[in-house]
Design a protein around this ligand. Structure first.
Ligand code: ATP
Length: 207
């Protein structure tokens, strides 16, 4: 089973890293791919270039061979649609379950994603929740995909929606960027080598 963790990672932080590692272990994934988006379709324009964000991910996971970075969205033209990413991963991995992981904040906006229903043709969707999270009304389509059986994800290569509670760290890239801009140290919110890289390259000094 292959895990997919997409995001802008502007910059990557322990909220991403901790949950990526945790779900890799919970689902016994063979591989967990961190996939930075190049051109977000949702108007959220990253402050750092895609190559810089990819570099920070590479630094962050340098001692963690269980996590890998995947640059396919940087090598594509146009908007980075997740459906295209899953389609290309599916072409490379015909028989393996693909699990797309997203946080609850991203899940709230799911139905505005480009061709969002087709995501389920290529992968399962796993929403990483806080312990005690209650699924609110999902609507007909998502309800039809929802399973509470974790085994269904291993027994099928795509098509299910699953909720998995994970340890949530209250860290966001937005807060980190704001801290840096205000001259505050972001230490201990993200890996030290990423903090050093941000400083050396004077990233996020202005918004
Ligand atoms: P920003 O503050 O710029 O919006 P972010 O910190 O939310 O960024 P993204 O790159 O937008 O990070 O998020 C990528 C994915 O990681 C999303 O699915 C999001 O829900 C999830 N995520 C982000 N922060 C956390 C966190 N602290 N704990 C768990 N998941 C997170």
């Amino acid at each position: 089973m292959i895990g997919i963790y997409g995001g802008t990672f502007d910059p990557i932080h322990y909220g991403h890293l901790r949950t990526a590692l945790e779900v890799k272990q919970i689902f016994s994934l063979d591989e967990m791919r961190l996939i930075p988006c190049s051109q977000p379709a949702h108007g959220k324009i990253p402050l750092s270039t895609a190559e810089t964000r990819l570099k920070m991910i590479t630094l962050a996971i340098s001692n963690h061979p269980e996590l890998v970075v995947d640059r396919r969205e940087l090598d594509r033209e146009g908007f980075s649609y997740m459906v295209d990413t899953l389609k290309s991963l599916r072409e490379e991995n015909k028989d393996q379950p693909l699990l797309l992981f997203i946080g609850t904040d991203a899940f709230k906006g799911l139905t505005s994603w480009h061709l969002w229903q087709q995501l389920f043709d290529y992968a399962h969707l796993v929403v990483m929740t806080r312990p005690g999270y209650k699924e609110s009304s999902l609507g007909e389509f998502l309800s039809s995909k929802w399973t509470k059986k974790k085994e269904s994800l291993r027994q099928n290569i795509a098509g299910y929606l699953f909720f998995q509670s994970v340890t949530q760290l209250d860290i966001s890239a937005t807060t980190i960027r704001q801290m840096i801009q205000q001259g505050k140290k972001p230490d201990f919110l993200l890996p030290e080598n990423v903090v050093d890289y941000i400083k050396a390259n004077k990233l996020y000094m202005s918004q």
